[in-house]
Design a protein around this ligand. Structure first.
Ligand SMILES: [Zn+2]
Length: 267
């Protein structure tokens, strides 16, 4: 495929503070009590700032995919915030799990993952209507090969969980690596949309999500995003077509709370 035929896919994850692995869902990292201003259902004050910032950005944006955590639909405020954006037809909704559990950090659990993903899929689909897409992103990027068969059984056709950097291999579970995840997705009929990275001295460095803010990585990530920003945006059929070359970038709704709500993705 020629450079001119590559397409850009804009994706954003909906995580609130309470979903972060430092607070829940991870066998080793979840060791901190939840900050006082975070409740189990309604958006935290910080996420609310992020939601407002995102809405302002989205008003001028094209098509965007939001990987949504199903338990956020417990909040009427959150749903009311999303609805007008769904009506624009420019916001696609995909699955970021039920409660943001880091599945691949735990021992293999096909039954547990199936049960939770079934709940999440049903809720997200019912809420999103025509905006729903059977696409998945693993919470906190923890994706193991065994998860592919569950995704396939529940009707998912695209996975976008792979951050193909050797630095983050641990996120694929014990004894695994990114190649094994990619092969498992392919064998189960899913198209894998890996996140944008930047090659430096032969090493792929992360440039999406938290990498946009880490001291050493942020300027590299920013430049890498800007170098792709003129690409035409991907359509649904591009994203689901394994032969199409897609540049996938992702950031967080909480990012829009940075700089007093003025943060924008480097595009
Ligand atoms: Zn997340």
């Amino acid at each position: 495929m020629k450079l001119s035929e590559r397409r850009l896919w804009l994706t954003i994850d909906s995580d609130d503070i309470r979903h972060l692995p430092r607070y829940q869902g991870h066998p080793l990292r979840s060791r901190h009590p939840l900050p006082m201003d975070c409740t189990k259902s309604d958006p935290s004050p910080k996420l609310k700032i992020g939601m407002e910032g995102f809405s302002r950005w989205f008003a001028e944006a094209g098509e965007v995919t939001l990987f949504l955590i199903a338990d956020q639909l417990d909040s009427v405020d959150f749903k009311n915030w999303l609805k007008p954006m769904l009506d624009t037809g420019r916001l696609r909704i995909a699955s970021h799990g039920n409660t943001h559990r880091s599945w691949a950090a735990w021992p293999e659990d096909v039954e547990g993952f199936t049960a939770e993903l079934q709940i999440a899929t049903k809720r997200l689909k019912e809420f999103s209507g025509e905006a729903w897409r059977p696409w998945f992103r693993a919470p906190a990027g923890y994706i193991a090969p065994w998860m592919a068969q569950v995704l396939s059984k529940l009707g998912y056709v695209v996975d976008s969980s792979v951050n193909p950097s050797a630095l983050l291999k641990r996120k694929t579970g014990h004894g695994n690596n990114w190649n094994k995840v990619v092969a498992a997705m392919k064998n189960n009929g899913l198209v894998e949309r890996q996140w944008l990275t930047k090659k430096v001295l032969g090493l792929s460095l992360p440039s999406c999500g938290p990498a946009l803010h880490k001291t050493f990585l942020k300027s590299i990530s920013r430049r890498q995003w800007l170098s792709q920003s003129s690409l035409e945006h991907a359509t649904d059929s591009d994203i689901e077509d394994s032969d199409a070359e897609i540049v996938t970038v992702y950031w967080h709704l909480l990012d829009h709370a940075r700089n007093s709500g003025k943060w924008l993705p480097p595009l």
